[in-house]
Each structure stands twice: as C-alpha cells, then as structure tokens.
Design a protein around this ligand. Structure first.
Ligand code: NAP
Length: 306
C-alpha cells in the first residue's frame, strides 16, 4: 500500500490472515447496460473501467467485491485485465448463488452443479487457483432477505473449501436465522446485506456480528442504482465541506468497526471523492442528525465503539 495512506484503518477477517483496509471498492458498476438489462455486457469504455481499478489499487484499496454474474463474466474479466498479476495483499471477494436470465433477470443458481460451475467460472475469469472469499448470495427473494434453509448450497461451498478452491466463506442477502444456520455449517467471515444511512433494517444484526468479529459489508452503501438523497445528508455535507456521498460513506465507517465499505463507481472522479471519505470525521452532533434519517425501518439506537 502507498505510504501514509489512510483508508479508514484495517480489519482482519476472522480466522484468516487477510487484513483489508476498511475503504474498499465494489466492481459491479464496471459492467455495461443494455436497455433495461442492468449490469449487462461490456462497459462503453473498457479502458476507463481499467483505469478506475488501477487507481483504486494504487491508492491503497486492497478489498474488491465482484461476482461472475456481473456482465455476466465481464466484470471479472476486466478485473483480471486491469490487475493481474494481483498484488499480494489484494483480497477479491466474489459471490455465487445467482445467475442471469437472457432478459437480464437475476435468478437463483443454488444447485450443486450451478454452484460448482459458478466457482469455476470465477476462478477462470479472475485467473486464480483459489478464491479468497466466496459469499453465498441467498435468492429466496432477489430484493431482500427472505427465510429459507441455505444448508444445502452452503454445504456445497464448504466441500469446495475442503477441496482448496475457496479460502473463506461469507453470506449475502440473509436473515439472522440464515446466518445462525450458516455458522453451524462453516465459519462465516463476512455478511453482505443491503444497508446504508437510509436503509437500516439490520441495525441490531451489525452489533451481534461485531461482537463475533465478523465483517459487515453493506451493499448499496450509496443507495445503489438510485444514489441516496436526503435533506439532512445534504445539510451535513455542506457543514462538513464534503459531498453527500462522502458523508454517507463516513457515516458507515463511524457506525461500527466491523463495517467494510465497497462503494461502486465507474468514474475516476467519483472514486477519488469516495476514497477521501476515509479521512472524514463526522462530529457527534452531526452523527446524531444522520442517525435519525432512517424513518422507514425500525432503526434501533446506535451504540458506537469510539
Ligand atoms: N450482494 C449483493 O446482492 C449485492 C448487490 C448489489 C451490489 N453489491 C456489491 O456492492 C457494491 C456497491 O454497490 P453498488 O455499486 O451497486 O451501489 P453504491 O455503491 O451504493 O452506488 C453506486 C452508484 O452511485 C454512483 N456513485 C458512486 N460514487 C459517487 C459519487 N461520489 N457521487 C455521485 N455518485 C456516485 C455510481 O455511479 P457512477 O458510476 O457514475 O459513479 C452508481 O450509480 C457493488 O459494486 C457490488 O460489488 C452486492
């Protein structure tokens, strides 16, 4: 990592030697779009996508989130083109469990054959012999966590881990019951659910996972396909001489020490802006205002670890 870089400190995945900076990068935005098919096909400017990845890593990012179903295959192929041979400290986290329909839909791929093929697609397209971390993406509902046993697919991943093609396992889009079920089957190093300033259904869960040293890696940290908009957020940003997106990321980083952020962008300008959020300190009064933004979800009072 470049000397003197502060990417919000580091976090070691439990039971592993993988220590990552808490400010990471999510690669989903690097794939293209074809009409209504989101995250589909190549981007308009592949060289620009490569430049974003290279600058992220040159700036000290050593945690990249991806999936072979982005594109499909496209995002992983761009990551390989941009970064292979990979720096020794780079942790690439991928996910399996979803597939793409020809119409661009996101469909479950939970069978033994589909999961095994997905792991091998990731290995081939990333150019790796072993995947650092694989998240099982639950698909009982595409949009949000929904109950259902994940024992069978997780057992397949545990077997692939035994075979040496996966180092660590995480889960995504899951309920607390599914996390508990997963932890009875295999050690879980990270959980990746939809969570941000305005979408806080999992507030209580974050504290439970923090106690056990498990990383919470919120997806859509900036609101996803429709970036966050809130008067309170804009007001906080102007008071702090920062942008709303920087404040949204800094809020997450101050929310709990087990939170790792993976903001997605296809723009060098946004990447630079987002990385700067790692050094933004939000004062207690402003944090309290931001904590109150979420009114839809049953947000619980936040206990911060200073
Ligand atoms: N497990 C799952 O089910 C799941 C689901 C979704 C995503 N993910 C992962 O989570 C990562 C993050 O999620 P995401 O990329 O979907 O959403 P996000 O990080 O919440 O937001 C990305 C959106 O915000 C824009 N943006 C980024 N930085 C900005 C800035 N500084 N100012 C203004 N706009 C900005 C991006 O557009 P530009 O490209 O124009 O900057 C893009 O439209 C993904 O990359 C993916 O790896 C996982």
């Amino acid at each position: 990592m470049p000397q003197g870089v502060n990417l919000a400190g580091s976090f070691t995945l439990p039971g592993s030697s993988h220590s990552v900076n808490r400010m990471g990068y999510g690669a989903m935005q690097l794939a293209g779009r074809d009409g209504n098919k989101m995250v589909w096909g190549p981007p308009r400017d592949v060289e620009a996508a490569i430049a974003v990845l290279r600058e992220a890593v040159a700036s000290g990012v050593n945690h990249i989130d991806t999936a072979d179903f982005y594109g499909p295959h496209v995002t992983n192929q761009i990551i390989r083109k941009a970064l292979f041979p990979y720096p020794g400290d780079l942790v690439i986290v991928t996910k399996v469990g979803a597939l793409r329909g020809e119409d661009g839909s996101w469909i479950p791929g939970f069978s033994r054959e589909e999961l095994t093929a997905a792991v091998h697609d990731n290995l081939r397209n990333l150019g790796l012999d072993v995947l650092d971390v694989v998240n099982l993406r639950s698909m009982f509902s595409v949009q949000q966590p929904a109950e259902g046993s994940i024992e069978a697919p997780l057992t397949v991943l545990a077997e692939l881990q035994q075979k040496g093609v996966i180092r660590h396992i995480g889960v995504s889009n899951v309920t607390p019951a599914q996390i508990a079920e997963a932890r009875r089957i295999v050690p879980i190093v990270c959980v990746q659910n939809h969570y941000n300033l305005a979408h806080r259904a999992d507030d209580a869960l974050i504290a439970d996972l923090a106690r056990d040293g498990i990383a919470w890696v919120p997806f859509f940290p900036l609101g996803g396909f429709s970036p966050l908009q809130s008067g309170t957020l804009s007001e906080a940003a102007s008071r702090l001489h920062a942008t709303p997106m920087q404040v949204a990321l800094a809020w997450l980083l101050q929310r709990s020490p087990n939170i790792l952020v993976i903001p997605g962008t296809s723009s060098l300008e946004h990447l630079r802006e987002n990385l700067k959020a790692a050094t933004l300190q939000i004062p207690a009064k402003v944090l309290a205002d931001l904590d109150a933004v979420s009114t839809q979800d049953a947000a619980v009072p936040i206990a911060r670890h200073e």
